[in-house]
Design a protein around this ligand. Structure first.
Ligand code: CP
Length: 316
């Protein structure tokens, strides 16, 4: 049984296969309209979401499957004190695959250890968001035709931005990518991200200024300052508008640079940038559904095994 908990759980070849399948689904959606007929996806969202939840649900429905679930912790029995471990054991009886978003780092991994069905991490706190990464890789491949030999700028909240952590990890497996990490000092990526870049011998620049690097970038990955992960509102207010991408900044960039953003955006990309052909963040949303369709097909095709009996080993 396969789960997707971290962005590197799939090999580079498996990612290539998923991208190929997503492109094939895009070209021939009718050919996949019954692919998951009779299958049920559990959509377990303990944290707010628009794109991830609705694209997963739309993906499953477009594959002929069905969806059960909840959109907030408050409408689940977690409010009565039920653990995630118990919830996933129960939900395994009602569905064939589960998608989980949860505010706690490590929650999806823990759920996978108790699950009878494949678990997909739809975001676990500030840790990872591997299906956003698959979305980002499909977008980069679609606009650049490759995933290597690119200079990628990450800008904004690189500390709490889980999409950044997952994407840097995934891209570090492709040859000759260079990284420009732009953030306020307090929002630099966690140390383990620098370790991954060092171990993979990736050229990396860290800076607090964006303008100086605009001309070098093939991809600019903008991110929102993650208000919900801050310990105090004052720090958030001080840092929230550290970077605002506007047309003046876009004039500094290459004519074929692509701007990505996992969304939602707040102030970090001015609406005036939306009409620039280099703004790819709404195309990115469309790729999110396609790659999630491909992922659901792949995980439901994997042989079903027994879960490790985590409950017995940890709590007996
Ligand atoms: N990109 C992303 O995870 O968006 P949502 O929080 O709306 O799912």
């Amino acid at each position: 049984m396969r789960h997707l908990i971290e962005s590197t759980d799939m090999s580079a070849q498996e990612v290539t296969d998923l991208i190929d399948l997503a492109i094939e689904i895009d070209a021939n959606p009718q050919g996949y309209a019954d692919r998951c007929k009779g299958k049920i996806m559990a959509s377990l969202f303990y944290e707010p979401s628009t794109r991830t939840r609705l694209s997963f649900e739309s993906a499953m429905l477009s594959l002929g499957g069905q969806v059960v679930g909840f959109a907030s912790e408050s409408s689940s029995s977690a409010t009565k004190g039920e653990s995630l471990a118990d919830t996933i054991r129960v939900v395994s009886n009602y569905s064939d695959i589960a998608v989980i978003r949860h505010p706690k780092e490590g929650s999806a991994l823990m759920a996978s250890q108790f699950s009878l069905i494949p678990v997909i991490n739809a975001g676990d706190g500030g840790h990872e968001h591997p299906t956003q990464t698959l979305t980002d890789l499909l977008t980069i491949y679609s606009v650049k035709g490759k995933l290597s030999e690119l200079t990628i700028g990450f800008c904004g909240d690189l500390k709490f931005g889980r999409t950044v952590h997952s994407l840097i990890k995934a891209l570090s497996r492709y040859a000759d990518n260079r990284y420009v990490l732009v953030s306020p000092f307090e929002l630099r990526p966690p140390d383990y991200i620098y370790t991954i870049l060092r171990e993979n011998k990736r050229k990396t620049v860290s800076d607090e200024r964006l303008d100086d690097h605009m001309r070098d970038l093939d991809i600019l990955y903008m991110t929102r300052v993650q208000r919900e992960r801050f310990f105090n509102e004052e720090d958030y207010v001080r840092l929230k508008d550290s970077y605002i991408l506007d047309t003046a900044k876009m004039r500094l960039a290459k004519p074929d640079m692509a701007v990505l953003h996992p969304l939602p955006r707040v102030n970090e990309i001015a609406p005036e940038v939306d009409k620039d052909p280099r703004a790819k963040y709404f195309e990115q949303v469309r790729y999110g559904k396609l790659i999630r369709m491909a992922l659901i097909i792949k995980l439901l095709s994997a042989p079903v095994g027994r879960p490790i009996d985590a409950y017995d080993t940890q709590y007996r």
